[in-house]
Write a protein that binds this ligand. Sequence first.
Ligand code: PLP
Length: 453
Amino acid sequence: LMTTKEVRATLSDLDKKHIIHPVASPKRHVSQGPKIIFSEGKGIHVKDINEQVFIDGVSMLWNVNVGHGKKELAQIAHNQMSQMAYSSTFYGYANEPAIRLAEKIASLTPGDLDTIFYTSGGSESNDTAIKLSRFYWQLNGFSNKKKIISLKRGYHGVTVSAQRATGIDAFRNFSGSADPEIFNAKAHLTECELGDKSHPEYPGCIRSMIEEMGSDQVAAVIIEPIQGAGGVHVPPEGYLKAVRQLCDEYNILLIADEVICGFGRTGKMFGVDHWEITPDLMCIAKGITSGYIPLGGVVMNNRVAGTIKEYNDILPHGFTYSGHPTACAVGLKNIEIVEREGLVENAHQMGKELVKGFKYLGDKHEFFTNPRTVGLLAGFDLKKDPSLNVPFDQSTQAAVSIVEECYQRGLLIRCFDFEPGMNIVAIAPPLIIQKEEVETIISIVDDALSVFS
Ligand code: PLP
């Protein structure tokens, strides 16, 4: 019989030999092997095959909203798989879980966002939203309206159009660009969007780009209500409203990418609910199933859905797993858990605890700056400070070091190191987290920061 250590070594070798990992250095991976080989999860905790326990401080990829190990979700998947694991939604075929979930989502989303096109995840949702906005204009006789405007620091995924919409250069330019009709604007310049052309940064903001391209060329603007993977950036008051008005003024569709914000992460059901705007299309994924099974979708308002529903030919778009019955059954049960356990409200309340913790850290550590928290989507910056005992010539070293120190202390959080000078750390625990657990996270981050004080 092999010891756990031997099992780990074997798995590590096989991983190095057979898998290329997303968003990791392939070369470093081949030399170092997997950082953690996960085996179990319960609540906010995860365990590796050596029985080491970690707090999952970012809900894996901001998606395990109800926490790990919810047996109810396993049970509903078991039931649906036993009955009929998979059926297609092509050719007009349908299934009950997909129908029930669509009705549920329509009841949760703001305004008349009542119709869904199912996908398997966030990237597919954004590509679908971009295609459907162009299609919408085509059907209305505006075939030139193809351009898409997205924001710097936005992250929308890695499929062709989602990649181009992403405002992080490494992702946006990876392996050469495709979809040339997508342009990045400077993020969050409220004054510009309100029409202040004398603002020094006016060129490059959404409004000036529309004016330069001509609104007859622009199909949609795509934004995350709160940017996640670009470093947790919260828009200033009035920004999203201004963008909504801008889209109305120039007759352009607004796509909200709610892949991270959706389903309670920010202390409201959706990110846009904080600013009371309704997009024309809303992209969802991640929290819809808390990551228990892949699922995504694009929710459309009646304006967009109404036009598409008038189309008499075959719609040449769809994924094998669009409306996957097992995924939809899990999604429905997941939303039931979110509502029954009051997790949206808990995210709001626990967000306040995080704010308190951040205040404490900011008072204590000079290089802890710019904390931002909306529900349980939170981040902070590490100021470039020469007194910090890490080599700052490697510009992202501070955040990387803090994350590593937290990992050594049993807390998984993440940092953003894709651009020079970026020293951002993100915290986004499962929405079931309790006050004492928030305090544990803060105390571990405190210890990690103290190493460099
Ligand atoms: N949109 C946002 C806001 C995201 O955060 C992500 C993933 O992190 C995506 C889209 C891409 O989703 P997926 O990785 O499921 O394709």
